[in-house]
Design a protein around this ligand. Structure first.
Ligand SMILES: [Zn+2]
Length: 260
């Protein structure tokens, strides 16, 4: 079975030679990618990217649409409306990437919560799963999901939290995105957490072009790094790479309601 990069930003300018990248992805066993949006300005170019990148394999590029907490300064209230219309028109797999980043300045937290809650509500209206960005706010994310009785699941992207936080998300119907951060020797707590996860709990991701793994820390990150990340997880869990591909792909399809 091949693999899926559940979180990469291949629509960003860092990626220049897209035809080469696509053919290298196919060669290395990639069967699909999910590209989430970060702000309303990116919606049109993301849709154009989806049409162009893997032509004529239209299933290869999946998209999520949402307003990222990093880019609060770019979001205007009417963008919620724009997002609603784009979801109806473009039928993305998920709403994202949205979330809470409490590593950013404390003054932005109320505003971040407003955008997060409103977009979770939009996902409820459209019955879509989420792609969630969360730093230093796992309890707050979980409490919003509980308060709004969110039932459509999703991915907690770049998860590096505790075993307990992982369990909380699994109970809420989410899976955890595992990526480059786990390839660093200093990520000992993360390694322990990954060993405890059930097979149904995770998907693979790069977050490229950001979050370069340890073995490529001075390069532009790309989904081509997934096999080495998967090998790392396989070694941690005492499983084969093929098992990691199989579970992560099944989990992605289940969470994103794609046919097998
Ligand atoms: Zn991202």
């Amino acid at each position: 079975m091949g693999w899926i990069d559940s979180h990469c930003h291949l629509d960003f300018d860092e990626f220049e030679n897209l035809p080469d990248l696509y053919s290298n992805l196919i060669k290395s066993g990639c069967t699909g990618i999910l590209v989430p949006a970060i702000s309303a300005q990116y919606f049109p170019r993301l849709l154009a990217f989806k049409k162009q990148f893997a032509k004529p394999n239209t299933e290869f590029v999946n998209i999520a649409l949402g307003l990222h907490p990093y880019f609060l300064a770019d979001h205007k209230e009417q963008h919620l409306h724009v997002l609603d219309e784009y979801i109806t028109k473009a039928r993305p797999l998920a709403v994202g990437e949205i979330g809470l980043d409490f590593a950013l300045d404390i003054q932005s937290q109320d505003s971040q919560l407003w955008w997060f809650e409103n977009q979770v509500q939009l996902a409820i209206n459209h019955q879509l799963p989420l792609v969630v960005h969360c730093r230093k706010a796992h309890d707050q994310v979980a409490s919003v999901l509980r308060r709004l009785k969110f039932k459509h699941g999703g991915i907690i992207h770049a998860f590096s939290g505790s075993v307990q936080q992982a369990q909380n998300y699994l109970q809420l119907g989410f899976v955890l995105g595992l990526g480059g951060a786990l390839t660093y020797d200093r990520a000992q707590a993360m390694h322990k957490m990954i060993k405890t996860l059930p097979n149904e709990a995770y998907v693979l991701e790069t977050d490229s072009p950001d979050m370069a793994p340890a073995f490529a820390r001075h390069e532009t990150n790309s989904p081509l790094n997934i096999p080495r990340i998967a090998q790392y997880i396989a070694d941690l869990r005492g499983e084969s790479m093929q098992q990691i591909y199989t579970y992560s792909t099944q989990n992605f399809k289940r969470i994103m309601k794609l046919a097998d």
